[in-house]
Design a protein around this ligand. Structure first.
Ligand code: NAP
Length: 311
């Protein structure tokens, strides 16, 4: 049997949970669907969050727990379910998961992003056998070992910093001669004696039989290849939007991110978007939280108008 809601929120990262908090305070009949069995989204992969105001150096998992507790205290219903399709019929949206279907007058899409793959030989078959996309989850397996981190953004530098406390040696492999990461992170990295940055380098292949034993590196300035012995490779080269099965419901940009302004309204009335999946310049916990608040407020105003017009 279909379950009917004012609002269904997809995703339990900081954007989805904040939208839930605002929706409960607006007394909307709300359900939050999360594809994983744990809430928090990408925040869970962050060892230390040191740019969330008032919470210096809180761990991503502690912050996630605090967010969930807050939302649940206000009565937000959270259920596990991965949305495979949304069908738009009149003023209603039919939301389908593998096990269930729901009907809502409005939807907030806050499904976030997933890891971008290097797409090189060895990456797929050695995933979980030395290839990882989450330093905070898997770093402990590499105690006193040598690892490589691919990327030059905040995630790669944070991962390299985290791993430098566990591993004997960390190579940060970056395709350019400049990091994109925040200056404060770069300064911290420069102080770690066991971290070496390999500039203008690209991983061309990940090598190993049952376990990663090394990488082949392409030196893009010189045009030559060298081998490097490592026990693990952490891929941190950015993200792709989790818009699979949802992209038809509202306009996205050419990369699949939903287009919406600060009010989080998409091209489809009744569909709102929040957090990292919204096309925007700065993807942080604070910007996701701000989106969540805006999206729920826009949804509330939309629902008030909808119910007025239907009377
Ligand atoms: P990002 O900022 O998009 O950086 C991706 C990095 O990977 C870039 O350095 C890029 O190189 C490199 N790259 C991309 N494709 C590649 C490929 N095929 N091969 C090799 N290298 C490749 O991604 P992110 O670091 O995951 O960060 C995503 C967002 O989350 C950002 O907005 C970031 O600020 C935010 N974030 C914030 C924090 C924090 O504030 N504490 C922590 C983590 C993430 P180029 O530089 O050459 O493009």
């Amino acid at each position: 049997m279909n379950k009917k809601y004012d609002l269904v929120i997809l995703g339990s990262g900081p954007a989805g949970i904040t939208a839930g908090i605002y929706a409960m305070r607006a007394q909307l009949k709300t359900l939050l669907l999360e594809k994983n069995y744990i809430t928090g989204g990408q925040m869970l992969n962050t060892y230390e969050v040191d740019n969330y105001p008032g919470m210096p150096l809180i761990s991503g998992s502690d912050l996630s727990e605090a967010f969930e507790e807050h939302a649940k205290r206000l009565g937000l219903a959270i259920q596990q379910g991965e949305v495979s399709n949304i069908i738009h019929e009149g003023h209603s949206f039919h939301i389908q998961t593998e096990q269930d279907s729901y009907v809502a007058d409005s939807v907030i899409i806050a499904t976030g992003t997933r890891h971008r793959l290097l797409d090189v030989p060895g990456e797929k078959n050695l995933a979980g056998m030395g290839v990882s996309y989450c330093a905070t989850c898997d770093g402990a397996f590499f105690k006193d070992k040598t690892v490589a981190v691919a990327g030059g953004g905040d995630t790669a530098v944070e991962d390299a910093l985290f791993l430098s406390r566990i591993c004997k040696k960390v190579y940060l492999i970056h395709r350019r001669d400049q990091l994109r990461a925040a200056k404060i992170l770069q300064d911290r990295l420069a102080k770690q004696e066991n971290v070496e940055i390999l500039w203008n380098c690209e991983i061309n292949e990940i090598v190993g039989e049952q376990q990663v034993s090394g990488v082949e590196i392409f030196h893009n300035k010189e045009g030559n290849y060298t081998g490097l012995d490592v026990d693990g490779v952490f891929v941190a080269i950015g993200s792709l939007p989790n818009s699979h099965g949802l992209g038809h419901i509202a306009d996205t940009d050419s990369n699949g991110y939903f287009i919406a302004g600060e009010d989080c309204k998409t091209s489809t009335p009744g569909i709102f978007t929040a957090g990292d999946i919204r096309a925007k310049a700065l993807r942080q916990i604070v910007t996701a939280v701000a989106d969540g608040a805006n999206a729920a407020t826009s949804a509330f105003r939309y629902l008030v108008d909808l119910h007025k017009n239907c009377q």
